[in-house]
Structures are given as structure tokens and as C-alpha cells.
Design a protein around this ligand. Structure first.
Ligand SMILES: [Zn+2]
Ligand SMILES: [Zn+2]
Length: 136
């Protein structure tokens, strides 16, 4: 995935393999699915996948979907501001799209600071049906 080439330079072999698995996937993958895909590449234990994922999550290349307990590669070109992320999850086909909304981000920060809460991260997961599934 061309947009992640620069980030790849700093990744270890295992991190790159996990990143590629996620970048080439159509939807979110669980750690165990990643492990299954990478068994031929020397991955033996879930811990190896989790270690790689930790680093990828840290660097914002990958996002965790709490409600699915799964991971997706970031599809944004601009990976620098990722504290607030919104995902739309199709309950019919499993497609996940990531959207960024500045107004929403600002609103969340306003809400949080009104309660003197210091917001570090927000992941919002919207569930429903994607355009393709809605029109079937
Ligand atoms: Zn992202
Ligand atoms: Zn769908």
C-alpha cells in the first residue's frame, strides 16, 4: 500500500507482515485470523501478532474496533491526527469505512472540556447498513 511506504521503513519484519495482512484485507481482521494467515511466515503464537499490533496501533497505522475485537489498516493518507476516529460498520456485509469529521472532533473536545475531562482518544463505531447492502 503506497501511502504506508514511509511508515514501513521503520517497521520490523513481523510488523510489516501484519500491516500487509491488514492493508490487503477487505474488512477487519481478528488477531487470530492474522495469525492464521501468517503461519507460513514464521508466526507461531498470538503474542507475536499482538506485539506487532501494539506498535502499529501506537503509530496510527492500524485501528482497533472494540465492538468487533478486530483490527483495520488506516485508510487515511493523513495519519497524523488520529485521536478521534469514526467507523461505519455494515452489519450485513461487514464492510468498515473510516471517516474523519473535524466538526465532530471539535464537538467531542468541547463536550469533554466542559466536564473538565481531558480527552486523549475517541473511537466511535456506527453500526448499520452500507450503501451497497441498503439498495439490495
Ligand atoms: Zn485512520
Ligand atoms: Zn454492507
Amino acid at each position: 500500500m503506497s501511502e504506508h511506504i514511509h511508515a514501513h521503513e521503520k517497521l520490523t519484519k513481523n510488523q510489516t507482515l501484519v500491516m500487509d495482512a491488514l492493508a490487503n484485507a477487505d474488512g477487519p481482521l481478528s488477531a487470530y485470523t492474522i495469525l492464521d494467515q501468517l503461519r507460513g511466515n514464521g508466526f507461531r503464537a498470538p503474542l507475536q501478532v499482538y506485539r506487532a499490533l501494539d506498535k502499529l496501533l501506537d503509530s496510527g497505522l492500524v485501528h482497533r474496533l472494540e465492538s468487533l475485537n478486530a483490527f483495520v489498516a488506516c485508510r487515511h493518507d493523513d495519519c497524523t491526527d488520529h485521536e478521534q476516529t469514526v467507523f461505519m460498520i455494515c452489519e450485513t456485509c461487514g464492510k468498515v469505512s473510516e471517516i474523519a469529521d473535524k466538526a465532530l472532533t471539535q464537538h467531542l473536545q468541547k463536550m469533554a472540556s466542559a466536564s473538565q475531562f481531558s480527552l486523549t482518544k475517541a473511537t466511535i463505531e456506527l453500526r448499520g447498513r452500507c450503501k451497497a447492502c441498503k439498495t439490495v
